[in-house]
Each structure stands twice: as C-alpha cells, then as structure tokens.
Design a protein around this ligand. Sequence first.
Ligand code: AMP
Length: 305
Amino acid sequence: MRVLAIGECMAELSPKAQPGDFHLGFAGDTFNTAWYLAMLSPDIDVSYFTAVGDEALSERMLRAMSEAGIGTRHIRKVKGRALGLYMISLDKGERSFSYWREQSAARLLAEDTEALNAAIAESDLVYVSGITLAILDGPGRNTLLEAMRSARRAGKRVAFDPNLRLHLWDGAGQMTEVIMQAAACCNIALPSFEDEARWFADKDAEATLDRYVGAGADTVIVKNGAASVHYRQNGRNGAVPVQALASVVDTTAAGDSFNAAVLAGLATDMPLGEAIEQGCRLAGQVVQSRGALVPIRLNLLEQFA
Ligand code: AMP
C-alpha cells in the first residue's frame, strides 16, 4: 500500500525550559498523519506531497522527513520561497501560536499539475485535509479537487479530513462550500463533530454522517473528542466508545494520529470498527503527552501487530 499525504509541513518553534530557548521541530496536520503512519506501519510506503523553499530550513525539513521514513521524492522546490513557520508561546501553561505562513512555498503545492498527478499516480491512497485546500488560491484548489476526483475515478482511495479552520479561509461561506466540494471527491471522510456542529449546524453525529454520505463518501468516521466515534460504511452504522483517560495533557494532533491509525487499519483491510478502535488507542496515547509528534510506546505498537 502506497499512501500520499498532501499538505503543508511547517517549522515549529516550541519553548524549552530555559526562557528564550526554543526547540526546532516540524509539524502540520497531514504531515502529522504521515508521520504516525510511517511509525505504525513500516510496510506502508508513505510519501508526502508539498512544495518547499530553496533555503536551509527546507533542506533540514526534508532530512527530518526522510529520517522519519517518509518519502520526499515528490516534493517540489520553489525558488525564492521559504518554509512556513509557527512559534508556540506559553503563558502560565496556556499555549498560543504565532504563524508566518502567508507566503510559504507550500501555498504553491498545486501549481505544478503534472507533478501532482504523477505523485498521485504512484499511490493507492491519497490523504488531503481542509487545511491543504485552505492554503491554496482558487486555481490551486480546483487543481487539487480535480486530482482527488480523478484519483477516485481511477479506483484509488481518497481520504479527507475537513479540519475546519476559519482563519485560513475568506469567511465561513467559502470554507463550508469548498469542504463540501471536497466531500464529493473523497471516499473516506474523517470529520470532527465539534467543528462540524459549529460550522454546519449538525445537531448530532448522525447529521454529520448523513451530510458526508449525501455528498458521496462511502465511509464516514465522525470523531468527537472523548465521546464515541460514530461511523457509516456502505450504509451500515456503528459506534466505537472512547476509553476515558485520567489525564489529558494536550490534544494537539489527536485527530491526525487517529486518522493515521484508522488508515493503517484500512490499508490492511481490517474491519472498520477495529481500525477505529486502533485510532482511539493511538490518539489516547497522543493526548497524554505534549506536542504533535509523540513517540509511541512499544507496547502500544504490539497491540497493532
Ligand atoms: P477529536 O478530533 O478532538 O474529536 O479527537 C480525535 C480522537 O482523539 C477521538 O476520537 C479520541 O479517540 C481521541 N481523543 C480526543 N480527546 C480525547 C479525550 N479527552 N479523551 C480521550 N480521547 C480523546
């Protein structure tokens, strides 16, 4: 199974114990999912598709990706552009984020249609998020939606996490319209209920399932924080309870890691309910540590074997 995740991976500066000292890492929603997939399943060939700059930081990120077992051969370099960056600030334990991503190279990832289509042609499962679509301009967005549509028509699996982030869009109307266009281009949708309820006024998970199935997805999985995950696959409904945790430290990348474990399961034709249980186990680990990329405990990996 060859998975291609498409999106933006940014440089991340997170504060260390010594005030003024920062750790340099790399993160971004679809990249986080690729990272967990590569860690969970050495048998899955995971590649990332994005555009990077021609500066040292971009080189460093490519090296970090390769070291994590993520293929970088489809990543384009754009002259004169640089990697997007965000910095985490801590104030009395509360995290806030500053972003420098308006002009990031990744915003041009769909400019080279041929490169995009070639990367998709070499994959079995394509993974895109609402954030991937949000950072593109209108033509780029249409190129990516068309690539998703063609991939699906060609018999590939297309997985989509709406990951609704209003600040990246020109208003709620544009966001909800493009998200539903993407919903019509995917076969696996992985929405989070809290966001969907807010922006689509869904009254319950059933309403979210109905909307994505109505748009054309055949498998829809609705995450809902600590509440049960509801799903529908080819018309059949199910729910998986989430184990209660004594402490939740940081929910960053909960959904991204969940998606990785679900896709890893689906890649091996695991029944969807089991793949979701696997997703909950991994996300349950991730929310108990700080940061997006949390090394997985070995005994958890064994549960995946
Ligand atoms: P979300 O995208 O916030 O709905 O979360 C994705 C997944 O992360 C959920 O389906 C759970 O498996 C896990 N998760 C998130 N928050 C919690 C929590 N407070 N307790 C346990 N698991 C959680």
